[in-house]
Write a new protein. Structure first.
Length: 119
């Protein structure tokens, strides 16, 4: 059975320091985090730049290459999408475990990235 997944990624246009400062401020004042009202999204120059900036870290190459990956940047150059396809559930499970371990090590994405789940 083939497993397919689609994910989207957008990055808030701010520094990590500004992002973390805003989170602390909201936490201290018990306010909701409203990132979209504070910042626009980054407009990337290219697909390569988007991939480097969004930074999927801590995912071992062996696991990251278990499935077929197709990356696309939308026409506004603000939304990066990933279509993943695995030939079986075992490879899909191994990939998901690698992502969860990466998340536990400090996150597999830049903290300013908004992740969108399509499926």
């Amino acid at each position: 059975m083939i497993n397919k997944f689609k994910r989207g990624y957008q990055m808030y246009d701010c520094t990590i320091e500004e992002f973390q400062s805003y989170e602390r401020l909201c936490y201290d004042h018990k306010e909701s985090l409203l990132y979209e009202t504070k910042w626009n999204f980054v407009t990337f120059e290219s697909l390569d730049q988007a991939l480097k900036m969004i930074r999927m870290t801590f995912v071992p190459f062996e696991h990251g290459s278990l499935g077929k990956h197709e990356w696309k940047l939308d026409s506004k150059k603000q939304l990066l999408t990933l279509n993943l396809q695995f030939e079986n559930g075992e490879k899909s499970d191994l990939y998901q475990c690698a992502i969860e371990r990466a998340w536990a090590l400090g996150g597999h994405l830049d903290p300013r990235v908004k992740q969108i789940y399509y499926e």
